[in-house]
Design a binder for this molecule. Sequence first.
Ligand SMILES: NC(=O)c1ccc[n+]([C@@H]2O[C@H](COP(=O)([O-])OP(=O)(O)OC[C@H]3O[C@@H](n4cnc5c(N)ncnc54)[C@H](OP(=O)(O)O)[C@@H]3O)[C@@H](O)[C@H]2O)c1
Length: 152
Amino acid sequence: MKLTGNTVLITGGGSGIGEALAIAFYNKGNKVIIAGRQLEKLKTMTSNFPGMAYLSVDMTSLESISAFAKTLINEHADLNLIINNAGIMIPEDLLKAPANIETAERTVLTNLLGPIRLTSTLLPHLIEQKPSAIMMVTSGLAFVPLAIRGTN
Ligand SMILES: NC(=O)c1ccc[n+]([C@@H]2O[C@H](COP(=O)([O-])OP(=O)(O)OC[C@H]3O[C@@H](n4cnc5c(N)ncnc54)[C@H](OP(=O)(O)O)[C@@H]3O)[C@@H](O)[C@H]2O)c1
């Protein structure tokens, strides 16, 4: 994968790991688009990096992902790299089941179904780009589970 000259989408690019990735890709000469729900946060971040763009998406909503993907491709037709980073990590108390179900479902929607939906929606576009790539930010918890983060 080339690390320069890409047009990169980073979901959750307004904070934490996504923010660090956005800055690193920006500094390496890529066009960077960050996305999330908190537009003010995204706007503030892009104001420090001329040319960096931001868009709104709620990864829990298929409707939001579909509208987002359309706008993204319209505004950034050369998009060729997506980094699925947006995610949540909410503590779960399994001893309080079934009260934890809301957290479990929100975690699956955000961290698993959201990236699957977004990747699938953007795949026809990415296949047309040469070269293109998809990156996933995952977690060690996928390999070594932790009781208080059961669904993660
Ligand atoms: N930090 C760690 O130790 C660690 C360890 C392993 C894995 N991870 C994973 O790495 C990723 C980033 O973690 P982080 O620590 O950098 O988290 P973070 O600082 O809390 O950032 C998460 C980002 O995801 C976005 N996001 C959350 N829910 C969203 C939704 N429904 N729709 C769109 N965007 C959403 C947030 O933006 P908005 O609030 O603007 O929507 C935020 O910018 C996550 O997937 C996390 O599970 C983190």
